[in-house]
Write a protein that binds this ligand. Structure first.
Ligand SMILES: C[S@@+](CC[C@H](N)C(=O)[O-])C[C@H]1O[C@@H](n2cnc3c(N)ncnc32)[C@H](O)[C@@H]1O
Length: 311
């Protein structure tokens, strides 16, 4: 296995000219060479900033793009693939994506309705009302507002009963107008995707020779209280990757870089021969660290994500 550092790269709009003609390219507004940074959802572990670097290591040509740990779709949004299967086990999150795809005006309305409660109730009470509604019946419409308005975008669940427990953020959530523009942009960039509520193994089984799977699993150490605390097994994932590779599917796997920044020895054992290459992609600061270490200098915590490639 060889080790490389990530080179600088081109933008998604340049790479996907067939999806956006120059005149109707939804982004970037400031010209054709800026990276696509506008986020739809706030999500811990979002990969949008690193997406160009990650994508630069993808094969030049591939069939369907699979993103089985979708989260806020940082890589999907930058890649804007013509054909994709985008999936996650977190049902309310998948509901958001499906609404974006099928009925974007409904998504805008869902956000606007919850945002409208801020004016009469105040931000904290409005947030708590939406949080209570979500905890009574977890659903995409409430989660959408909560992830934009909660503290640090850290959608966190109480271990004992799975309730979302994150407090309201100090910031003001973006206006419905601004959110609506993001919805339009993301709707256009993700039209080629089918959004499915699936465990990663079931999604990866659908990939065929020449397809590409990008995996960004939950960080084993630091993300156990996030995303509803689903059971996640890296060993099960490595088995799925091996099966994909045997079928001629390309697989790229992001692995938590904080193990390196903390100067801890990486304890993940990876079967010999499964990956052909590894590269390091700069992550910047860890969001969880920023959350815990508010006010402290974090220059020492510049971390790199490890990207393992089967091709
Ligand atoms: C690190 S986040 C992905 C972040 C994403 N790359 C982004 O840009 O936002 C990991 C995601 O994996 C999902 N997940 C956890 N266990 C899963 C499983 N068994 N199958 C599929 N998705 C799972 C979580 O719900 C979460 O959204």
């Amino acid at each position: 296995m060889t080790t490389e550092t990530a080179p600088m790269l081109d933008t998604a709009t340049q790479r996907q000219p067939e999806l956006f003609a120059l005149e109707d390219a939804p982004l970037p507004p400031s010209g054709g060479n800026k990276p696509f940074r506008t986020q739809l959802l706030k999500w811990v572990g979002n990969k949008q900033k690193q997406a160009d670097a990650i994508i630069s290591h993808f094969p030049r040509q591939f069939g369907t793009y699979f993103e089985p740990f979708l989260g806020s779709g940082g890589v999907l949004g930058v890649l804007a693939p013509r054909n994709a299967v985008a999936s996650d086990t977190f049902a309310p999150l998948v509901e958001i994506w499906q609404t974006l795809h099928d009925d974007k005006d409904k998504l805008k309305q869902q956000y606007a309705e919850r945002y409208a409660q801020i004016s009469p109730l105040g931000k904290k009470a409005a947030y708590e009302r939406v949080l209570a509604s979500y905890n009574t019946r977890p659903n995409g419409a409430d989660l959408l507002f909560l992830c934009r308005a909660c503290y640090g975008g850290v959608v966190r669940f109480r271990k004992s009963d799975g309730f979302m427990s994150t407090p309201v953020g100090a910031h003001d959530p973006i206006s419905p107008e601004s959110f609506g523009k993001r919805v339009d942009i993301w709707h256009a960039r993700t039209q080629g995707a089918r959004f499915l509520h699936l465990d990663f193994a079931a999604a990866m089984q659908q990939a065929k020779r020449g397809d590409l799977v990008y995996c960004d699993p939950p960080y084993a150490d630091s993300q156990t209280i996030l995303y509803g605390a689903q059971a996640f097994s890296l060993h099960r994932l490595l088995d799925s990757i091996a099966e994909c590779k045997a079928r001629g599917v390309y697989v790229a796997l992001s692995i938590d870089g904080t193990k390196y920044s903390g100067r801890k020895v990486c304890d993940i054992s990876i079967p010999d021969g499964l990956f052909e290459r590894e590269v390091f992609v700069s992550v910047g600061r860890s969001m969880l660290k920023r959350f815990q270490m508010d006010g402290l200098s974090l220059e020492d915590h510049e971390v790199h994500d490890r990207l393992l490639l089967t091709f």
